[in-house]
Ligand binder design. Structure first.
Ligand SMILES: C[S@@+](CC[C@H](N)C(=O)[O-])C[C@H]1O[C@@H](n2cnc3c(N)ncnc32)[C@H](O)[C@@H]1O
Length: 231
């Protein structure tokens, strides 16, 4: 099949991307590994002996970094709807996170043990229709927050990729209700033109996720210098 101009341009940009080249040299499966590395360097999220769940893990850059940081101690469980080549020290569940039976499989794997850190880099395939892409991502984000609240230990942390747009303020408000502090991070390895931003909930307060309107909630999460404004 002949490549379109757009896919040729994408491929050119991809192969010349310094993070793609670095990932190839350093043995990471995705450039995304550097986003988590950068956030971890600042927020000290990963330590040996922790229990970590990585949602939307394929092809596995974040999980590789998690396994390195856990250094053979603790527990890492990764989930994705796409297959992923195994990573030593990481248990993998293949399935759609939206399906109740997949969530049950994940919770069975955890066997009731509380988790120190939930990561979610989940992002649906883009349709190009902004409103529906945003709604699909938000749905995944809400499910991830529900999961985090049901499985984190008190004081645990939750890092999630978010896109600013419709529904974002309500999601942020729900995050704030569940965590002592919420900060935003825009790692250098996250493309400037991308509206993605990472939200980090620090210090889980306990209880279920409380969704509702942002009404009455004011203020913004503490921002990265490079982070897009968050309201
Ligand atoms: C940006 S990629 C994650 C990259 C990964 N953090 C890494 O370091 O390699 C987003 C992932 O989310 C996954 N995903 C999207 N929707 C999902 C769903 N409903 N259930 C499980 N995984 C999903 C995609 O399959 C994709 O692998």
């Amino acid at each position: 099949m002949k490549r379109s101009k757009t896919s040729k341009a994408w491929m050119r940009e991809h192969v010349s991307d310094p993070y793609v080249q670095r990932a190839r040299r350093e043995g990471y499966r995705s450039r995304a590994a550097y986003k988590l590395e950068e956030i971890d360097a600042r927020d000290r999220l990963l330590r040996p002996g922790m229990s970590v769940v990585d949602l939307g893990a394929a092809p596995g850059g974040w999980s590789q970094l998690v396994a390195q940081r856990l250094a053979g101690r603790g527990r890492a469980v990764a989930l994705d709807c796409l297959e992923m080549t195994p990573i030593p020290g990481v248990d993998f569940i293949c399935g759609d996170f939206r399906a109740p039976e997949v969530l049950q499989a994940l919770e069975r794997t955890l066997a009731g043990a509380r988790v120190d850190l939930v990561l979610s880099d989940m992002a649906p395939n883009l349709s190009g229709i902004a409103a529906s892409d945003q709604a699909r991502h938000l749905h995944l984000a809400e499910l991830a927050l529900d999961f985090a609240c049901a499985n984190l230990r008190i004081g645990g942390h939750f890092l999630i990729k978010a896109f600013q747009g419709e529904g974002f303020p309500d999601f942020l408000a729900a995050l704030r209700r569940s965590f002592r502090q919420v900060v935003s991070r825009k790692p250098k390895s996250s493309r400037e033109r991308s509206s993605e931003i990472y939200l980090l909930g620090k210090g889980f307060l306990g209880g279920q996720a409380a969704f509702g309107t942002a009404g009455g909630e004011t203020g913004t999460p503490e921002e990265d210098a490079g982070a897009a404004p968050v309201s």
